[in-house]
Design a protein around this ligand. Structure first.
Ligand code: SF4
Ligand code: SF4
Length: 164
């Protein structure tokens, strides 16, 4: 599957699902859309051509692409990072077999991480499905594995810190 098609499929999986049954932006004033012109959403391979053309794209020193928006967007053209936020489908291994476990993204500054809200099970399931699709293209899978490893490291450090 081409990387663009993987991303299009992921967009479509998440099209009709939201973290809460109401607009969660109402509880935080849309905190996750408050970036400035230096903060951007990391783009997956092949995503640059699919997002809102009004967004500015820049590359960091590692060659990763980021999109910067002005705090409003066409929902159908927002990056995948915005669509799965504040969850992440972490790749795990057991007995040499890979599986995906969806959890809150430890890096997210989002009130939903407090556990005080009933985050939709359907949202969790769809983010898991997205994880499975991201593994269907070699380039996308490599990029995704890198992100997943990064989040696993954050989680491990958090556990060490909490248990010390
Ligand atoms: S920060 Fe969290 S609660 Fe607020 S709009 Fe973003 S996803 Fe919703
Ligand atoms: S692209 Fe849309 S959803 Fe993503 S941060 Fe910008 S305004 Fe928010």
């Amino acid at each position: 599957m081409k990387n663009e098609n993987v991303i299009k499929t992921c967009y479509s999986i998440l099209r009709n699902v939201t973290p809460l049954s109401f607009d969660c932006g109402k509880i935080c004033n849309g905190k996750c859309c408050e970036g400035d012109n230096k903060t951007g959403m990391l783009l997956f391979p092949g995503e640059e051509k699919l997002i809102d053309p009004d967004m500015t794209i820049y590359k960091n020193e590692n060659g990763d692409s980021f999109a910067v928006c002005n705090g409003v967007c066409d929902r159908n053209k927002r990056p995948l990072a915005c669509r799965i936020y504040p969850l992440f489908p972490v790749i795990k291994n057991q007995h040499d077999a890979e599986y995906i476990e969806v959890d809150f993204d430890i890096r997210a500054a989002c009130p939903l991480l407090s556990g005080d809200f009933d985050v939709s099970r359907a949202f969790f399931k769809k983010v898991k499905r997205v994880g499975k699709y991201l593994l269907l293209n070699e380039e996308t899978a490599e990029f995704y594995r890198g992100l997943s490893d990064e989040i696993t490291e954050y989680n491990e450090l958090k556990n060490i810190f909490e248990n010390s």
